[in-house]
Write a protein of this length. Sequence first.
Length: 261
Amino acid sequence: MALSESSWRVVDLIVKGVIGTVITGLIAVYGMRVQQSQQEMAETSRRLQANIEFTSRQKDLDINLGMRMFELLMSHYFEKGQTAASPGGDREKLVLLRMMALNFQDVPINLKPLFEQLDNQLTDRKAKGQLREIAKEIARRQAFRLTVSSGFDSGPTPVAAGAKITFPNLPFKIEVGSVSQDRVKVSLLLANRTIGPFSITYFDMPIIDNVKIGSWRVSLVLHESDGKTAKVRLVAFDSYLAADRFEVKEYTKALWQWTKE
């Protein structure tokens, strides 16, 4: 049965009304979602800003706490230096030096003079051994942190005077000059030049005592020695992981060579 003209008009109005309602509903839903998304973005931004502020405050607190701790440990360490002969004085200095080295192992602070001074002061063989174990512990921790994502750590490697040792995938080898009880003299041999010789001891630390070769920094530390043979540890890591340092004598030498050219 055919619909009359009036019926078509009614159907048209109903369809248009439904469509209008649907469109209005869709616009409302879309608006709600946009508003919800904006609120979520604002909340995320607020949380991010709060995290940044918290991290910044925490970093400032860590730095201030670290400075106060280092100052306190150093002050207490040198106070103990005045009473090193007292019972337990050596043990307390060992503990203090270990605390300083462990708490600031990632900071390029050169504690080698303190290790060497205490090593010269100690008369007990066992205490000297403990001091060297502390230094080796710090060197081992630094070696791990510097090479955990990339780099090379040889671990304790046996050497003797006159030996030349190569390492896989490294563009140099080491030549051992001499071996004594507390130090080993070595040179780094590259294709076109030689670096060294220089002495490595029990108190060298990779993050401080290193030399830059291309994109690498290379550090050698003494692990143990009996005066004839020794074990050394070679650590090679990305150069950006340690700050540039230079010796005044090396700078003077380079300047002198430059003025002669």
